[in-house]
Design a protein around this ligand. Sequence first.
Ligand code: GLU
Length: 455
Amino acid sequence: MSVLETKSAGEQYVKSVYETVKKRNPNEPEFHQAVKEILESLTPVFDKHPQYMEEGILERIVEPERQLMFRVPWTDDAGRVHVNRGFRFEFNSAIGPYKGGLRFHPSVNASIIKFLGFEQIFKNSLTGQPIGGGKGGSDFDPKGKSDREVMRFCQSFMTELAKHIGPDTDVPAGDIGVGGREIGYMFGQYKRLQNAFHAGVLTGKAVGYGGSLARTEATGYGTVYFVQEMLQDNGDSFEGKTVVVSGSGNVAIYAIQKATELGAKVVACSDSNGYIYDKNGIDLDTVKRLKEVERKRISDYVNEHPEADYFEGCENIWLIPCDIALPCATQNEINESSAKILVTNGVKAVGEGANMPSTLEAINVFLENGVLFGPAKAANAGGVAVSALEMAQNSARISWSFEEVDAKLHQIMVNIYKNSKQASEEYGCPGNLVVGSNIAGFLKVADAMIAQGLV
Ligand code: GLU
């Protein structure tokens, strides 16, 4: 019997779609990686429900509904002309308007936006909110730019993007390199172009003009809520645990805050240059001021805390022994060897705050060694979930209190955990939340696509 014959119909289907994705999207390794992870998880679904194969759901879901790429010209403070590339990939609108962040980082290209947009479909579905999947951004680097330069860039970017988005069409938000400042500049330009105050066209706005309380905290808090639920379900908690958090952006800062509040000691965090290790526990006020107000580097932390150490480079942050690891920096920051070191050092749980921070090999190391693993699509869904709550408040022209939003976020994270766990059991991989979250996210979108016909 040949190898092919031993494969189930689901396996053969998944393999053939994956081959087409690779052929049709050459030189896009991050996109291939994201597709591979999802497709492998979904095999048992196709074996159980061949209808999804007959409807061509996979072939459709891996192809964005629309891909926008555009020129973004702008001038620096010296009057010199620069040109960046803008992206918005509108992936799937089966369950709601396209929704997902904008990333401004020099590494941004079609592969990165495609992997992020693809993952967003399943993540957004998992939140239980009515939002489709999309992602965008630019290879513009806000680092080292003046406020005026960032403003001119954002205005130019929005001048094109405005033609394609809207509160019921496509609702961008922040991601790496896009925070409250950038959202503000883009919102101002959108309003000027439309001559209308469409509050719900962007999320992550400041609270004073339509933003939601707790949106800033949501991704980091949500990741910790998810891990808390996962620990609790296994008779454990954050209390007294040593935690390593990578990154020092929005996600990392509020993950550190919530983990500390729950009784853990966070001993390390990082930026793209290196990491700090503070055995006494990171002083979050210093990190917040350095990164949020002064826009400085994490290395400056040791000037104020001489008892802490700074190390150049990011990868070795995972050499620090910890009970819980929260990768909140960027994609593929934990490779196979880092995962093995974490396991050797006795890591009990990993919660992914960033998008796709663990390679496929690293994920396998965690799963094979019984580490409680909260995959990104589930664990970091809190940010976009509260974005959907921001949209709801904008539509109703009301604003909820911090406590109300935080309570809703907490419940959403608990539900994501429960639904992912349940799907993992139903499809024969109990406790594997990668499989569980991918299946739970997929089913809702697939059913909506079938209901809406071939569009
Ligand atoms: N960029 C975040 C994410 O990866 C948030 C997106 C949003 O709020 O729309 O989910």
